[in-house]
Structure formats: structure tokens, C-alpha cells
Design a protein around this ligand. Sequence first.
Ligand code: DC
Length: 226
Amino acid sequence: MSAAVPVIAIDGPSGSGKGTISRAVARALGWHFLDSGALYRAVGVAALRSGTDLADSKALVELTGKAGIRFEDRLDDEPLILLGGADISAAIRSEEAGMAASKVAAQPDVRAALLARQRGFRQPPGLVADGRDMGTVVFPDAQLKVFLTASAGERARRRHKQLSEKGIDAMLPVLLREIEERDLRDRTRSVAPLVPAGDARIIDSTSLSIDEVVATVLDWAAYLPR
Ligand code: DC
């Protein structure tokens, strides 16, 4: 789609609140939404289920082409994520899928294979894109770039709360260690590392509510050329 279709790129580490915030911003504006992490998670789940080596980039690229990963929009709900026709919307949210996603996302060829697919989400009237490299690699011409952070401790606490609401009993120190491990891998990988774009506006959400962050982003979005 043409570069004239506006994009708001929202990047940041897991637990920064970017998923919730991006969705809320997309809903408020009536724009499309790209959850790029879900795409990497779906590739991770496809690899785990097919027994593909998470370090074999050639096999992973082949898998992204043939696994049949599809996103289906649903009214008033998160998109349905399908793998060869099977609903994997819940499966991609597990810690195991997150770890697998982080590993496949570290492969440059896998990232390249997913690039055109992510850019295809850029459809009128606009797109809110949530990820790690939305503003740096996928949509470098995005009209608004936001980099959302929060301290690792706060992100672990949020994840713990989220899991216990789902009845999952996780240990806070384990979650913290996992978050730190994943951050390190995402920040230090050679391709598309998790860093703010030079022209990104940075929000530290450690002591902000979701509504406060959404209001700030919508305030900035109000000044975008339409
Ligand atoms: O945002 P998330 O936790 O669903 O992302 C899962 C993994 O995918 C995470 O380890 C980082 C990776 N990812 C990425 O490398 N680039 C993106 N644009 C989105 C996610």
C-alpha cells in the first residue's frame, strides 16, 4: 500500500503495555492493527509443532511460507490466529511460544521473509503497528513513532498479574529472569535489535496508567497530517 497511508509505529519490550495500548489507539482511530509479535509467535508455534530446529533459518523460512499462518479479523475481539486451519490464538500466548518467537525472530532470513507480509497491513485509513522494529525497519517512514518502556521489575509484575488472572501460578523471580533474558536477546541481536528509532518519542510507562499512555499517543496522533 502507498506510503501515504498513515502508520503509527509502537515499539518496545514485552510487558511495556504496547499490545493493549496499540489496540486501544487503533480502536479509537478506527485504524487497522498489526500485532507483529503474534506473527513471530505463530512461526515459533509452527516450528515447535513441526519439530523444526529453532536455529535452522533455512527450514524456518520454508516453514513461514508453507505453514498456513493466517490472521482473521473478528468484531470486538482480538484477531483469530490460524495455523493450517487450526486456531492457535491461545497457544501463541504461552511462555514457551514467546521463547520460541524470540529465537526465530533472531534469524535475519526469517525477519526478511516476514517483511512484505507486515507491510501488507498498511491499508487505509491507517495502521497502528505494534512490535520491536516497526519504526526502525518495517515502517521507517511511519508518521508517528512511539517507543514504550517500563522497568523490568514492573513488567514482570504486570505479567504475573496477567497470568494469575488466567489462573496460572507463575513465580515472579522466574518471570523477571525470563523477561531479562528475552530483553537481552532482543536488544543484542544483529538484525533489527530492539532500539528506539532516532525519531521516536519515548514513553516510560512504569508509573503511568494505560489510559494515560493511550491519551498521550492519541494527542500526538491528532497532529498527524490526514
Ligand atoms: O511482543 P511479543 O512478546 O508478542 O513478541 C514475541 C517475540 O517476537 C519477542 O521475543 C520479540 C519478537 N518480535 C520481534 O523480534 N520483532 C517484532 N516486530 C515483534 C516481535
